[in-house]
Design a protein around this ligand. Structure first.
Ligand code: GDP
Ligand code: IMO
Ligand code: MG
Length: 443
């Protein structure tokens, strides 16, 4: 049985790493299906902090087979750095499998990502500078370099040369940079081939066979719904499909095999980089959320923009991803506030929007319509059942659940692995009572 897709419902950094880790012990495979080392997942185990970028969080759980699917873009230098660092901390990384069809981020694409952002000036996107956009562009332009190319030196040399033919014109003539030497790039990529070889596999087939054998497979998204290249706040997005459908194209597992879609949603909202964010707070309250929630990027260290929960975005995430369960993280960060506003709709030039406006321009001008809920002051980090939560925290979650339109199954009350309230298991078949509750929420 279950194939579970785990996605971010907002603009990233919802706590997907922790949610995957929480499932860890009962999971057989964890698959990363999109993005690359633009992701940053912090997982805290026994007081020790692990920051992962390229590797799926499942690598921290003994027994789990971590898989990098075909939809991922792989920076080989980062891959081996992360593996070495984890090995040094006693983590067994030998089970990692990487798709032969995954694309590689050559060093020239990191350069292009950075110079392009500089060139754009005020119109920049605020990318992570990891070469993500240029590498996905190469994939679509059919000039990308794939993992399997490393095992055919002649083909690799031809492909690198072909890619650089055009890029060097761009680097020299538009960006005023030095041309990149194709032979140097080829030699650098080939230097990883021997170490990479034992990890390379037909991961689509591997996962298909695992599901046939009744194994549990979690597909862990990088980034999030609003950063999805098709469904997010384009052009202020990443360059891959971070929504649940991406789990299929990015892994080679068919949609009919997916059993559940779990979305991770903070009790408030954050965003890194440029782009619209209706509930963003520019005042002391925004600083409060940033300080209390320690909202600084795991990848770039940039302060995250902070604001209230936005259920227009949330309902959209429920719909686009087909969410069956929500994990609400960081509820503890809201402790001590008198009132907690939830955005229930937008006002755009006098018109009320209960659903995401179709036009990006309208979304840029959306003014949140808030419902104020009463806060609580008791420390909730030690709470392990819903019933033990202060009444107002329960009311906040109930209202959030109603507005999101899918049931809240897990609640995060602290960064630690065990700092969670599990109302409904995210694994296995749903019980009848669980299914009835989910149906009630939808109604
Ligand atoms: P990801 O990119 O979605 O995996 O999330 P990040 O790791 O970038 O950011 C989430 C941060 O929130 C991490 O530092 C986690 O340790 C932390 N975190 C996760 N869940 C909770 C929670 O329930 N409470 C608190 N206080 N922190 C949490
Ligand atoms: P996780 O997996 C938050 C943002 C960048 C930028 C935009 C495009 O940790 O949730 P890119 O380098 O991908 O071309 O940048 O996307 N971004 C993220 N923001 N969390 C992430 O990942 C992100 N990955 C990319 O800040 O605005
Ligand atoms: Mg992150």
């Amino acid at each position: 049985m279950p194939a579970i897709v785990l996605v971010g419902a907002q603009w990233g950094d919802e706590g997907k790493g922790k949610a995957t880790d929480l499932l860890g012990a009962s999971v057989d495979y964890v698959v990363k299906f999109n993005g690359g080392n633009n992701a940053g997942h912090t997982v805290v185990i026994g007081g020790e902090k692990y920051a992962l970028h390229l590797l799926p969080s499942g690598i921290l759980s003994p027994g789990v087979v971590p898989v990098i699917g075909n939809g991922v873009v792989v920076d080989l230098e980062v891959l081996f750095d992360e593996l070495t660092a984890l090995k040094a901390r006693g983590i067994d990384v030998s089970r990692l499998r990487i798709s032969a069809n995954a694309h590689i981020i050559p060093s020239y694409n990191r350069t292009i990502d950075k110079v392009r952002e500089r060139f754009l000036g005020k119109r920049r996107l605020g990318t992570t500078g990891r070469g993500i956009g240029p590498t996905y562009a190469d994939k679509m332009n059919r000039v990308g370099i794939r993992v399997q190319d490393l095992f055919d030196a002649k083909i690799l040399a031809q492909k690198v040369e072909a890619a650089l033919d055009e890029k060097n014109h761009m680097l020299v003539k538009i960006f005023n940079r030095r041309a990149v030497d194709a032979e140097e790039v080829t030699a650098e990529l080939l230097s990883y081939a021997d170490r990479l070889a034992p990890m390379v596999a037909d991961t689509g087939l591997l996962l298909h066979q695992a599901l046939d054998a009744g194994k549990t497979v979690v597909f862990e998204a990088g980034q999030a719904t609003m950063l999805d290249v098709d469904h997010g706040t384009y052009p202020f997005v990443t360059s891959s499909n971070a929504t649940s459908a991406g789990a299929c194209t990015g892994s080679g597992v068919a949609p009919t095999r997916v059993d559940r879609v779990v979305a991770v949603h903070k009790a408030y909202t954050t965003r890194v980089g440029e782009g619209p964010f209706p509930t963003e707070l520019h005042d002391a309250m925004g600083d409060f959320l940033r300080d209390r929630g320690f909202e600084f990027g795991t990848t770039t260290g940039r302060p995250r923009r902070c604001g209230w929960a936005d259920t227009v975005v949330g309902r959209y995430a429920t719909r686009i991803n087909g969410v069956t369960d929500y994990v609400i993280t960081k509820l503890d960060v809201l402790t001590g506030l008198d009132t907690i506003p939830i955005c229930v709709a937008y006002d755009v030039g006098g018109t009320r929007y209960d659903e995401m406006p179709v036009n990006q321009t309208d979304f840029h001008h959306a003014v949140p319509i808030y419902e104020d809920l009463p806060g609580w002051s008791q420390d909730i980090t030690g709470t392990r059942t819903f019933e033990e939560l202060p009444g107002n925290a329960q009311r906040y979650l109930d209202r959030l659940e109603e507005l999101l339109g899918a049931r809240i199954s897990v609640i995060g009350v602290g960064p630690g692995r065990d700092e969670v309230i599990v109302r409904h298991s995210l694994l296995g078949a749903q019980s009848l009572a669980d299914a009835a509750h989910a149906e009630d929420v939808r109604r």
